[in-house]
Design a protein around this ligand. Structure first.
Ligand code: GCW
Length: 722
């Protein structure tokens, strides 16, 4: 059959249209993880039907950047969740209006006379209430501030994303902590120290003129979980960030973040007065040095009026600091604090300091160095302390500085990025680890003096409170390298907003928003997430073992490692395995750093019989044949933990494979691939550690523990690649 030219053209056009359609369909549907927990996919029909009557119009007056962002978010979110537009309206003219704003931005909210109630919730808190305005039933989302209203809008969207009822709401929310920060260890060349999800999100070369649209999505994601601060550069800081050129770039980023309530902070290199200012010294007590910092602070605040302040790593791992000049951490922190105080800025001084004296215990270093300064820091200084006394290990007891410095403003530092937890290859949900830390009882003022209470300021009437997480974000399309590890960013934000929230709630929310509404699938995923951290502890560092990692990159096992220039960077320093047993004696017969804890915690940890077994080898050097509570010997118990960890990963792979028709193919395949790596690594950990420790224990592996496939020499020869 002959075709006419016209027919051929039409066919071509149709083919092109079909191609474009598919292209669009696939781009729109791409499940590459980019949308995080803000997917806003169409809800199940029953939910839509129940929400629809309460979402008849959006009454969000105002033209400020925050109110525009809020209106856009609500309009997009509602439209996509419900599959129909929710019109914007000027006034409340029907039932089901959503009225959002502040008493200043909305005359409706003003008319409610909620000033006192809103004031009680603070500038970032909000109220959501179903009520009648005139003749209409409406939902009001109100706050003292526009950013508070934005938080309320995200909360409201989350209710729908997690299929909660919205018909009769009476919500009062306020953040328990003031500074809820992500710390980025981003270098100015685009690399990220301990980053496993691509390059830095800050395109320094293009800034300030070219602003990556992704910055806005970063800000949206953070605002949705209440994060309100971002320290942009590595604490191993390059002084260049403080030059006029970079300040302009930072100001451009701050401009994108501002509508979302996020303030920027910078890591300051202590030697900047020398590096940039041409001074001979950076001595904090030198008047020229103090003046240089004051001028620098003024310059920054001129460009960024809401600049948060400086984050400082001083005299730690080769960084310059006040001690370089014979001064103290106190001198350094207070000098910088004076520079930012006129602008209401803060100085966040890191407590991650440790010396390399012969025979000392690194776990006690920060306490020894900083505790004596309790009560002496300026009112705008916070001490940022890692959750554990060593360094972001899979399990550490809480840092004794919590509860140890009642007159100092303490701010926990978590590591969201998984330096010691399998990078972005291992599925580990960190909320349970952070919960364990926050729940720890310091006994500083008797029973119930939990780390949460130290952190939220209720124990010691702290004026400024906060929490920081070292970010796991990067330029990878899915932000965090592994789809599940988005949940750790999410969890951090939720805990910084409310350190009392439980891990299951966080997991359930995240799963519903990010992966599925299917109940059975969600239950499996929640179980996997909640179990995952203990599994990693099992296959990496069970029973209080720590720092068994390959030198430098910290991926994979190397318990034999003893070649680092500092002995406290070597695994052998930490596990101390010998013919008698294994573990670090931190009791009175050893380093006695256990004495940094209050009673009765100190006694509990000190006594072999009362020390929790999951911290046993953290505090004690224990004989291989020591009887554990299970009745097994220590050696057998160690071996069984390693095996249990491996078994868990295998079972999880099977569980995940069985969900192939419940999760979109793209993310299912991506996670499946990661789980393969996790299984390989778990086996490697078990085999390398047991083979090595066996050279000391000289005992066979107990029944049920699989024999390692290789020789110790083979494990030593090859670093795991990732
Ligand atoms: O965990 C260690 C890391 C360093 C890091 C340091 C710190 C930024 O190995 O890469 O440096 O902690 O927290 O300062």
């Amino acid at each position: 059959m002959r075709t006419t030219v016209r027919q051929r053209i039409r066919r071509c056009q149709t083919a092109r249209a079909v191609a474009i359609f598919f292209l669009l369909a696939t781009t729109v549907k791409a499940e590459d993880g980019y949308r995080l927990w803000l997917r806003y996919d169409l809800l199940p029909q029953p939910a839509i039907s129940s929400y629809r009557p309460h979402l008849a119009s959006l009454v969000v007056p105002g033209s400020s950047a925050t109110l525009v962002a809020l209106r856009t978010e609500l309009a997009n979110g509602c439209a996509r969740l419900l599959g129909a537009t929710v019109p914007a309206a000027v006034g409340v003219d029907r039932d089901g209006a959503i009225v959002v704003g502040t008493p200043q931005s909305s005359s409706y909210i003003n008319s409610l006379k909620w000033d006192r109630q809103l004031a009680d919730l603070g500038p970032e808190g909000f109220r959501i209430r179903s009520l009648r305005l005139g003749n209409h039933s409406v939902t009001v989302i109100a706050s003292q501030s526009e950013v508070g209203a934005l938080y309320g809008a995200f909360y409201f969207l989350r209710l729908m994303q997690t299929l909660q009822p919205i018909a009769s709401l009476n919500v009062r929310e306020r953040p328990r902590l003031q500074l809820r920060m992500l710390d980025h260890w981003d270098n100015l060349d685009g690399s990220i120290e301990r980053g496993y999800a691509g390059k830095s999100l800050w395109n320094w070369n293009g800034l300030p003129d070219r602003i990556d649209p992704r910055l806005r999505d970063y800000a949206r994601a953070n605002a949705s979980i209440g994060i309100n601060g971002s320290a942009l550069n590595n604490v191993n800081a390059n002084a260049q960030i403080l030059t006029a050129d970079y300040i302009r770039k930072v100001a451009a980023i701050a401009g994108v973040f501002r509508p979302y309530g996020i303030r920027v902070f910078l890591s300051a290199r202590f030697s900047a007065p020398i590096d940039l200012g041409g001074l001979k010294t950076a001595d904090p007590l030198d008047p020229d040095v103090a003046a240089w910092w004051k001028t620098k602070a003024n310059e920054i605040y001129k460009a960024i009026p809401d600049f948060g302040g400086f984050l400082v790593k001083a005299n730690s791992e080769g960084q310059p600091g006040p001690r370089t000049y014979g001064r103290t951490h106190l001198d350094g922190a207070n000098m910088l604090a004076a520079a930012v105080a006129p602008h209401h800025g803060v100085v966040i001084w890191r407590a991650f300091v440790y010396d390399n004296k012969p025979g000392y215990d690194r776990a006690g270093a920060a306490y020894a160095e900083l505790q004596p300064f309790d009560g002496k820091f300026a009112p705008n200084v916070l001490l940022q302390v890692k959750n554990g006394p060593i360094d972001f290990q899979p399990r550490e007891p809480f840092h004794p500085l919590f509860g140890g410095m009642p007159k100092t403003q303490m701010m926990p530092e978590f590591q969201i990025t998984q330096e010691y937890l399998g990078f972005s290859n291992h599925l580990v949900f960190l909320a349970t680890m952070w919960r364990e830390f926050l729940n720890s009882d310091t006994y500083a003022k008797g029973r119930g003096s939990t780390v949460t209470k130290v952190t939220n300021g209720s124990l010691d009437h702290q004026r400024i409170t906060g929490m920081a997480g070292v970010a796991n974000t990067g330029s990878d399309r899915n932000w965090t390298g592994h789809d599940f590890l988005q949940s750790n960013w999410y969890a951090f934000g939720r805990l910084a907003w409310n350190p009392d929230v439980d891990s299951r709630t966080i997991a359930n929310e995240w799963i519903a928003m990010t992966l599925t509404h299917d109940r059975v699938t969600a239950a499996t995923l929640a179980r996997i997430m909640l179990e995952s951290r203990e599994a990693v502890v099992d296959y990496m560092t069970p029973l209080g073992l720590h720092h068994l990692f390959w030198g430098g990159h910290h991926y994979g096992p190397a318990p034999w490692w003893n070649t680092e220039p500092r002995n406290d960077w070597n695994p052998v320093y930490y596990h101390r395995a010998n013919a008698e047993g294994i573990g670090f004696d931190r009791t009175a017969t050893g380093s006695n750093t256990v004495s940094q804890y209050h009673q009765p915690v100190r006694d509990q940890f000190s006594n072999l019989n009362t020390c929790p077994e999951n911290f046993l080898l953290w505090f004690h050097h224990v004989a291989w044949d020591h009887r554990m509570r299970s009745g097994r010997t220590l050696w057998d118990e160690i071996a069984r933990h390693y095996q249990r960890g491996v078994d868990w990963v295998r079972a999880t792979r099977r569980d995940w494979d069985a969900l192939s028709d419940k999760i979109d193919p793209e993310r299912h395949a991506a996670v499946a691939k990661k789980l393969t790596i996790q299984e390989r690594d778990a086996i490697w950990w078990k085999d390398a550690c047991l083979t090595y420790f066996q050279t000391f224990s000289k005992r066979p592996l107990p029944a049920g523990v699989e024999q390692p496939a290789k020789t110790l020499e083979e494990y030593k020869a090859k670093s795991l690649t990732w």
